[in-house]
Ligand binder design. Sequence first.
Ligand code: PEP
Ligand code: CO
Length: 422
Amino acid sequence: MTSWEIERLRSRIAEAAAGRQFILQGGDCAEVFDECRPDILTSKLKILLQMSLVLTDGVKCPIIRVGRFAGQYAKPRSNPTETRNGVTLPSYFGDLINSAAFTPAARQPDPERLVAAYQHAALTLNFIRALVEGGFADLHHPEYWDLNFLGKSGLSAEARENYHRRVAFVANAIELMEILTGQQMDQLTHSEFYTSHEGLSLAYETALTRRVPRRPGWYNLGCHLPWIGERTRAVDGAHVEYFRGIRNPVGVKIGPDITTSELLRLLDVLDANREPGDLVLIARLGAKQVRARLPELITAVAESGHKPAWMCDPMHGNTVSTRSGRKTRHVDAILSEVLDSIDLHLSAGSWLAGVHCELTAESVTECVGGASGVQESDLDTAYQTLCDPRLNYEQAMEVAFAIAKRFEGRNPRPPNGHRPTT
Ligand code: PEP
Ligand code: CO
């Protein structure tokens, strides 16, 4: 990537923090080398495009599309080892480190994987860029994203109709603008895509950190928006030390155990210059805790004068284990956390600037509930994730529809002004 793209994303995130744009960040929990294939990458793009179109219509602002791809290869694990049938091996730490197969050879960490990860990330990015630049993501042609896609899926007739209504609305708005201005809305309709991953392996991240001509500072040119995970966000830890030194916008996950003073110290380190667009706070508090914790965090941040973009990750605070030991998440909990976050921000005079989801366009059965009706007993049917459970296509669209609906009529932001804080 280039520093130009990174700077552009910074300025868009600054807009999102000010309530004028919305970030959709999504993709696999663990991206794997074997899935660096055109069909799979195209589906990843399609689902983010479809969700973003629904959100454009509902939130009524430009959507910043950020994939958890082209580098989401490293996983923090709560347990360093895994035991199956009495055999204990190192856990799978993501394709950047070792391989998922449960054999001693596969679980052996291999530094050559750092190079392979870079190559797969570059291939992924190249393919995504080719699709986006080639016009696949152009809003003039939403039909490219749904041919044989919506039709085949288990999406309800009502949801399909909802999607088509929103597509038609956006298409008509573009057409009207083009008639009124006599110009092609290429600037408006050309979609941008950004990449993100958890910056867990400092060996990988620092190797891709460079200076560029005619710009001060250091850029991580391995992705646009790296983030610090919940487990590595210690203020005096190595990750925060590395992240405070790069020009990229930086995400930081915050879980329910964070104290306000810890959060304020993080802001002072990661957003020391108080430049808009520097920082994205990705709250993953859990549906049960969000009402109790989010308002005090929003208030403390607002009083500190920092202006990060607030996002909600409604996935990681809502992971549960089934009796058979499968990790899953309930769509109801996911919806409840994200919708509560929207409301809590609005009532605090703040703005939820985005959502961060683990999702796939494939028909997996990893999360339960929602309109697609996956039950706990269905989990074994297509449980494919190598780490956390992802929303499948219908569940992801359901989340997008719900967010769009919740924002409807509630985003009074004038394009160049401040949102009223009522
Ligand atoms: C993740 O995003 O996959 C992750 C591990 O998240 P968190 O750091 O919030 O637990
Ligand atoms: Co995850």
